[in-house]
Write a protein that binds this ligand. Sequence first.
Ligand code: TXA
Ligand code: MG
Length: 331
Amino acid sequence: MNMTINASRAIEFLKEGKVVAVPAETVYGLAADAMNPTAISKVFEIKGRPADNPLICHFHSIDQIRKYVKDIPAATEMLMQHFSPGPISCMLDLKENSPLQFATCGSAQVIARIPSHEIFLQILRGFDLPVAAPSANTSGRVSPTSAAMVERDLGNKPVGIVDGGTSGIGLESTITDARNSNEIFILRPGAIGEKEIRRILPSIKFLYEKNAINSAIPGIKYRHYAPATPVAIAHHFNDLENEKDAALLLTLEQIATLSAEQKKKFTAQKTILISLGSIRDADDIARNFYMHLAALDQSGIQKAYFLKNDWGDSSVGKALQNRIEKIVSNV
Ligand code: TXA
Ligand code: MG
C-alpha cells in the first residue's frame, strides 16, 4: 500500500483528524491537529506512546504562537527571532483552559517550535492551526530521517506520509526553557547549542538536564532514541574480542587506525564495521546517524558497539554525544 501524499492532501488529512508523517529539518514528525482529542489519541496509539508524554506543538510563526501562550518572555522572544524557523523548541506557559492541553497531556506548559522544512511550513501555513508532532517512530525506537524509514517503522499503520527527502540535520530539535530570561535550561541538546545561543544572549546562565528541577524533562522519564539491537560502548578494539556477529560503529579516522591483524580478526569473527563518517564533518555524521542505527535492526546483528570517541565541541557534536549516552544507557 502506497501511502505517500503531497502537502495539500496532508492539510486535508489534518482537517479530517487523520495522522500524517511530515518531513522536518530535524527528523520526521507524526503530525495531527493539536486541538483535536481524537486525532491526538491516534498519534499516541500509532506510536505506542505512554499517555502522559506530551507532544511538541508546531506553528508557522511567532505571532501564531502568541495566540496560545500567556506571553513570550524576553529571552525566548530573542531565541525565536534568531533561530526560528529552525531546529529549536521553546517551553512557554499556555493561556488558561488552553485547547492545546490534549497535546500537552494536561500540562500548563507547551513546547513550541517553528520548523524550517519548506514542506512542513507549507502544511502549517495551509492548516493555520497548531500541529502536534512527535518524532514519527514507534515509541522507544530511533527517530526517522527519511520517508523510507517512516514507511519501514509505521508502514502498516493508518498514516499518510509526505516525502520531503532526507532531514538535513538528522537529530531532534534543541529543547529550551528560558521562561525566566536569566537562565536557560537545555532540556534536550540539538544543533543549536550554547555556542550559538551565547552570541545573542551573552549573559544568560546555562543549565542542563541533570540540573533541572522540572520533572517533565524530555528523555528522563522515558527511554529514547534506542534501536532494538543492544548497543554498548567499546573503549578499544580489543573489547570485541569474544564477540561474534557484532557491529562496530566508528568514524573513518578510527577505521584508519585498525592494524592488518585486527582487520583479519574482525573478518574471522564476522564483526561488521559501520562507518559513521568523518569526525571532521559532524554535521554529516548527525545527518546519517539514525539511518545507521535503524539499519542495525534490519540486519541480523546481535549486538552493536560505538567505539569511544570525542565528538568535538560543536553543538552538533555535543548533541551526538548526548544521543549516544541515551542509547547506551538504555533508560
Ligand atoms: O525536532 C523535533 O523536535 C521533532 C520534530 C518532529 O519537530 N519532534 C520531536 O518530538 O522530537 P518528540 O515528541 O519525539 O520529542 C519531544 C520531547 C519528548 O521527550 C516530550 O516528553 C517532551 O519533548 N515534551 C513535549 N512537550 C512537552 C511539555 N509540554 N512539557 C515537557 N516536555 C515536553
Ligand atoms: Mg521522539
